[in-house]
Design a binder for this molecule. Structure first.
Ligand code: F6P
Length: 486
């Protein structure tokens, strides 16, 4: 059906369409059978939700539950268009190819990626469904912005259906070097899928360079700097758009009396330790939770401080719970926390307060306000918005951030206590330095980081992408080159 347009009866078409694996809200069935909608997990939704709240558009995504049919509906001024997947597709497309093949492969093979042909078939099938839904929802000449690794084939499939659209793609996670990506049996198809977009956006320029190099090597297209020249005359741009947060909204939330009170309460419930360490992550093996908790416990064990001096609150929100690697991780962390608290804790004073749960944004903000030292130690992370949220929440200008060099955010937050999460002793040294730092030193570092997140917020991220996409000429014979950004 090349070049044809399809449209759901009666549905208005949108000039801006977001296509993401998940809708911004997940469908939850309550014990009494009623259906409610809850904010979806992860950084993608926290970044895009405020962007979309400020402009009309449609969001196409999976409702987060295996159901046969969910009708389109309105949510906070957005048209939400659900794409359903079957129980088998949930296993093969979502848990399988997206999260047991691509996720570990794109994160430095921290876990071993699995390659299964039936998972790939399901990935193709579901990507086709998303592309068809986007083709139906988009108005003539609309901008369609496809998100993340679950939907890398959508740009090319959508272009086959709708040549009139401007298509953007943004990868929220890292894009690996050729040496790792080349393991993928379907490497060429993925690259060709992405090349259906006019602009392929990445978190870091190194990722964009990896992509350009792979396109040259594996697809054979001509490239120059950030541009790929296709044989049909079309040009594709690959460049970095580092994602951020709604900084002003986070500051306002942190300043609210409710959050301030809750933060004080958290500290008193913990026995008013001199220093409160905090980790907030999805329970994912890329996040380095195990290594950081070990490092913290060794600092107590080595006598640098006691459980009266310092405590660690670790929030780990449940994620992808049926995937083997995630199950193993959950057991490992449960055991480690048990050991540490058994060895080092005292009555009413555990070394680690571990919460395997998800919390609303206001509770996260209260934790950020309460914490003296935020510890973010992924082995590899596309950006890591938690680190930026912490900085935005430090409205008093104090607090310390311990941050992995391997998080995308480390390219911007240079004044953090940077660590290599594979080096436990190095991590201990930096955590201790953050613990011992005087107020002046903390404020010096925090001031610089707060300036960075104030200047580069999520609105800047989205508008720089939209501005570049708007420059793509309709018809796609040739693309006007987007302006360079410093
Ligand atoms: O940012 C990475 C990401 O995989 C997003 O695409 C996703 O929305 C989020 O993390 C949460 O993951 P999941 O949708 O698998 O729960």
């Amino acid at each position: 059906m090349t070049g044809t347009r399809r449209r759901a009866a009666g549905a208005a078409r949108a000039d801006l369409v977001i296509v993401a694996n998940r809708l911004p809200v997940d469908r939850v069935v309550q014990p009494d059978g009623s259906v409610t909608w809850r904010r979806s997990p992860g950084g993608l939704v926290s970044a895009l939700a405020p962007v979309m709240a400020k402009q009309p558009g449609a969001w196409i995504g999976w409702p987060g539950d295996v159901v046969e049919d969910v009708k389109p509906f309105e949510h906070e001024g957005m048209a939400l268009i659900p794409v359903t997947i079957s129980a088998t597709e949930y296993e093969e497309y979502y848990e399988g190819f997206s999260n047991a093949t691509l996720w570990p492969l794109y994160h430095d093979v921290v876990a071993k990626p699995e390659f299964h042909r039936e998972w790939w078939d399901s990935y193709v099938e579901v990507n086709r469904r998303f592309a068809e839904a986007a083709a139906e929802a988009a108005a003539e000449g609309a901008m369609v912005w496809v998100q993340d690794y679950q939907l890398q084939l959508v740009p090319a499939l959508l272009r086959e259906l709708r040549e009139d659209l401007r298509i953007g793609f943004f990868l929220h996670i890292p894009f690996p070097p050729a040496e790792l990506f080349s393991q993928l049996p379907w490497r060429r198809q993925i690259l060709e899928g992405l090349l259906g977009a006019d602009i392929v956006g990445f978190q870091l320029s190194g990722a964009a360079q990896n992509f350009i190099r792979l396109v040259r090597q594996r697809v054979g297209h001509k490239t120059h700097r950030d541009s790929v020249y296709l044989p049909d005359g079309r040009m594709v741009t690959a460049k970095a758009y580092p994602i951020s947060i709604d900084t002003a909204a986070f500051e306002a939330l942190a300043a609210s009396p409710e959050v301030q009170e809750r933060a004080a309460r958290i500290r008193s419930d913990l026995g008013n330790p001199r220093k409160l360490f905090l980790g907030i992550d999805r329970l994912d093996y890329t996040k380095g939770i195990y290594a950081r908790l070990r490092a913290f416990s060794e600092l107590i064990h080595d006598g640098h401080f006691t459980v009266e001096d310092a405590t660690f609150v670790q929030v780990a929100s449940p994620s992808r719970e049926r995937v083997d690697q995630y199950r193993i991780l959950r057991d490992d962390i449960d055991r480690l926390v048990g050991h540490i608290n058994g060895d080092l804790g005292r009555i009413g004073r555990p070394a680690i307060s571990y919460l395997n749960a998800s919390f609303p944004q206001s509770e996260m903000a209260a934790l950020y306000v309460a914490a003296d030292i935020m510890v973010v130690t992924p082995f590899r992370d596309g950006m890591n918005l938690v680190s930026k949220e912490y900085v935005a929440s430090r409205i008093e200008g104090d607090g310390a951030l311990v941050l992995s060099e391997f998080a995308g955010a480390a390219e911007e937050l240079r004044q953090a206590y940077l660590v290599n999460p594979y080096d436990i002793n190095g991590m201990k040294a930096q955590m201790l330095e953050a613990y011992l730092a005087d107020d002046k030193e903390q404020r010096r570092r925090m001031k610089a980081m707060r300036k960075t997140v104030a200047e580069n917020d999520v609105a800047t991220w989205a508008s720089s992408f939209f501005e570049d996409l708007a420059l793509v000429r309709q018809g796609h014979d040739k693309q006007v080159k987007p302006a360079r950004r410093s």
